[in-house]
Design a protein around this ligand. Structure first.
Ligand SMILES: *Cc1c(COP(=O)(O)O)cnc(C)c1O
Length: 401
């Protein structure tokens, strides 16, 4: 597991590390000491690969979009993470970490979830692998995301409502950390490239299967070792980390990270961390965070629940600072337009998160022969409620017909 950009202590340049209360050190140290050895084991690799193939359905296709290509004057491909079991890339990571927990002799999993997507992916693998699953979720989020709460319960997970603070994701994170301190026998399964070292590095590795496949598929379809562009949305940054991973050192590839602008970066209803954020500790690592001058977290906003996170992972903070990746942001409205465009041109309903990556196509200018890969992180079923509200607006007033 020779992972790019990160040093021994878990820093990507200025960002990363493990900033956790002393009482969590035994847990973090155990993981730091063991995870690389475990991942390298033949058995682990075999189990991980078989589940990715036969349970998740990998490799996911790389689909050439003829009409989208014509419209944006480039050779545009979608990496179809939406076709994974449970409908998004998150399961790549939850399988990897659940196998890790088992190797560490832990049978109880805890996780926190905002919109419920990570909670569902965690509950899914826990059902499969006979692990006990407890998910902390803000009471307000539980109200907003009833179908995902029901899914978790069907999968036999215990969903614990968090009633502190605003009753949203950051309160659920705090509650999970508190629980972990008191229950060191549990394994904390983190859902993105965030958290104390080694989580960001480990999650990036589990998601790196995305760029491993992109490399092979681009070679097969285009006879080239790399595309010219890779575009991915960034909430915490795990699907982007996976899509960028094997191309980070390949400077001919332009990496485009897309954040949610919400109602616009000129408003306070946004989740664009690289525009609004500053250096600070979030979720146990040094990174870019949306915070006020007293260091209090500012509640982010985006129409997309998966991008509604008040920071980005340390790897992305580093890629932003050293300009290896270009960061763009996309408003709710632009994302909705991109959803309807993809739906009407290619017959694919994307997740709202993924629609942010698609909307970046209109903000870049390509040469006709350039190869562009958009990571389609998830499918749109979970977002139907938002889409139902906007059908009239987007298929009549601003439709693409
Ligand atoms: C959770 C989620 C995201 C955002 O998470 P990252 O860690 O930034 O990838 C993006 N797309 C979908 C479909 C998601 O469910």
């Amino acid at each position: 597991m020779n992972s790019p950009l990160i040093d021994e202590k878990g820093f990507y340049g200025d960002f990363g590390g493990a900033f956790v209360p002393e009482m969590l050190w035994p847990n973090i140290e155990e993981l730091q000491e063991c995870y690389q050895r475990i991942i390298a084991e033949k058995d682990f690799q075999a189990d991980f690969k078989i589940l990715l193939r036969d349970y998740v359905g990998r490799p996911t296709p790389l689909f050439f979009c003829e009409k989208l290509s014509r419209k944006y004057n480039a050779r545009i491909y979608l990496k179809r993470e939406d076709l994974n079991h449970t409908g998004a890339h998150k399961i790549n990571n939850t399988i990897g970490q659940a196998l890790m927990a088992k190797r560490l002799g832990k049978r109880k999993i805890i996780a926190e979830t905002g919109a419920g997507q990570h909670g569902v992916a965690t509950a899914t693998v826990c059902a499969l692998l006979d692990l006990e699953c407890t998910v902390f979720m803000g009471a307000f989020d539980m109200q907003r995301q009833k179908p995902n709460v029901a899914r978790m319960k069907m999968l036999n997970a215990k969903v614990i409502p968090v009633i502190s603070g605003n009753k949203t994701l950051k309160d659920a994170v705090n509650e999970t950390l508190r629980y972990w301190i008191n229950h060191p026998e549990t394994y904390y399964l983190i859902g993105s490239v965030v958290g104390p070292h080694p989580y960001p590095k480990m999650v990036a590795y589990f998601q790196s299967v995305i760029s491993e496949e992109i490399r092979k598929q681009v070679f097969k379809k285009e006879g080239r070792t790399a595309p010219d562009y890779i575009i991915a949305c960034v909430g915490g940054g795990s699907n982007a980390a996976g899509a960028f991973y094997h191309f980070l050192k390949d400077l001919s590839v332009q990496l485009i990270a897309v954040e949610a602008a919400g109602l616009g970066t000129h408003t306070d209803q946004t989740a664009a961390t690289t525009v609004k954020g500053s250096k600070g500790v979030l979720h146990g690592s040094m990174t870019l965070v949306m915070q006020d001058k007293d260091g209090q977290i500012i509640e982010p906003y985006s129409i997309s629940a998966g991008l509604d996170y008040p920071g980005i992972g340390p790897m992305h903070a580093h890629l932003f600072q050293n300009r290896r990746a270009q960061f763009l942001n996309v408003t709710d409205k632009e994302a909705l337009q991109a959803t309807y465009e993809l739906t009407q041109l290619e017959g694919i309903i994307p997740a709202l998160e993924s629609a942010h990556a698609l909307a970046a196509l209109a903000k870049l200018s390509f040469k006709k022969e350039e190869v562009v890969v958009v990571n389609l992180s998830g499918r749109g079923d979970k977002d139907m409620e938002s889409y139902i509200k906007t059908i009239d607006q987007f298929s009549k007033d601003e439709g693409y017909r």
